[in-house]
Design a protein around this ligand. Sequence first.
Ligand code: PEP
Length: 256
Amino acid sequence: MNKALRKAIIAGNWKMNKTRPEAKELIEALKPLVKDASCEVVACVPFTNLETVLAAAEGSNIKVGAQNCHFETSGAFTGEISADMLKEMGVEYVIIGHSERRQYFGETDETVNKRLKAALNAGLKVILCVGEMLADRENGITAELVALQTKIALKDVSAEELKNVVIAYEPVWAIGTGKTATAQQANEVCAIIRGVIESLYGKAAADGITVQYGGSMNAKNAEELVAQPDVDGGLIGGASLKAEDFSVIVKAASNG
Ligand code: PEP
């Protein structure tokens, strides 16, 4: 499949890090380093940093994302944020179904589907995370599990809506562990996900969808990972907190 048909995206997932002054400082440091990027650059930041980061990134090529949203538009859901609230602020992307939400906050494939649809309905672009646990890989069920997660997450999503979905393959055993999937492993599962998209939506949709790899991607290993034929950039946790490291990954994806 032709990589040139789709957009590589490097998205930072800051997780629960950075106060507002620290967030501003990081974006200001990042702006000159990524200004010539030919891939898309996204910073997915804590809710409390959104306004600061939107202002700091204005006029630059850095797009802003959140890390979750609720599936209802409003109501009695203490502590939650709706997709409409994010959209109204000017937020463009939202991560849905990150493995930390699935592991620590009871997120299921069904709630991932509900949140994803709410985000699309609000006009947001979604970075949908899927990936297996170490035990799943050892039991040889990675392909089935990732296919299932992808299918359930995309239930009742139209081909038109799919254009606003990016999928991040994130093996849970590689997130924040320093253990990266090999480039071959990453490519193999990204290709499986693309195959699932082809079975659901056809070849053009499969050729066009951005499938990222995420899991301990850093300035040293990014080049090999993003050069893989089915890997269209990355979702970056730890290494997105340092402007220099993140910009090296952005450069790798701009060349790859
Ligand atoms: C992530 O949080 O999505 C992630 C990939 O984290 P890390 O790069 O730190 O493994």
